[in-house]
Design a protein around this ligand. Structure first.
Ligand SMILES: NC(=O)c1ccc[n+]([C@@H]2O[C@H](COP(=O)([O-])OP(=O)(O)OC[C@H]3O[C@@H](n4cnc5c(N)ncnc54)[C@H](O)[C@@H]3O)[C@@H](O)[C@H]2O)c1
Length: 166
């Protein structure tokens, strides 16, 4: 089976995505992107990824990717997601999806227009940052009474890391 070619943008949290792709049998980590060149080179050396980009749109255009992980600061999630769709890539973006509902709607419209998937890495951890409380609020009877249609998709996952391999 053909391996999917992945890129990762933003190498804080994104390093976890990158390690995940490197440890997956059907994935190939092809390129890394970050505006911080020092951080970019350090991550690329550490993970042995030869292709690096400080200009993310150049990465989308040149790296021949199937999909990209976006782990940049929140304000870049919408514009970079839309740019990735325009380049024909599938997108896994870090949470939060966007800064406003309008931005989120533009991301969904771009996903539909490009016929590419958008996934948000929303990993609730009630003990850490209150995300669990937000999910509970969405699922609460008062949310239903407000007459809003809410779809909640949940997954149980783990962060991949080479250190965790047996
Ligand atoms: N799912 C989770 O559990 C979880 C946990 C922590 C953080 N996050 C999310 O991950 C994202 C990143 O958080 P972080 O803590 O890694 O932040 P960080 O600041 O450590 O890393 C962000 C990186 O993005 C780079 N960057 C900034 N703008 C860029 C651009 N336009 N193009 C390319 N690179 C750019 C920065 O140079 C930096 O290296 C945030 O959206 C945050 O909400 C999610």
């Amino acid at each position: 089976m053909k391996k999917l070619r992945f890129g990762v943008v933003g190498l804080g949290m994104g390093k976890g995505h990158a390690l995940g792709y490197q440890s997956h049998l059907q994935a190939e980590l092809v390129a890394l992107g970050d505006v911080d060149e020092q951080r970019l080179c350090a991550a690329a050396d550490e993970m042995g990824v030869p292709e690096t980009y400080t200009d993310v749109k150049a990465m989308f255009a040149k790296a021949n990717l199937d999909a990209v992980s976006l782990a940049t600061p929140n304000k870049f999630h919408a514009p970079l997601t839309i740019a990735a769709f325009k380049a024909g890539l599938h997108v896994l973006s870090e949470k939060p999806m966007a800064l406003t509902v309008k931005e989120a709607e533009r991301m969904l419209a771009a996903s539909k227009a490009a016929d590419r998937n958008l996934m948000i890495n929303f990993s609730p951890n009630p003990s850490r940052d209150g995300d669990g409380a937000a999910l509970q609020a969405l699922c609460s009877p008062s949310a239903w009474r407000a007459g809003r249609s809410v779809t909640v998709a949940a997954r149980i996952g783990c962060a991949y890391s080479k250190e965790q391999e047996p």
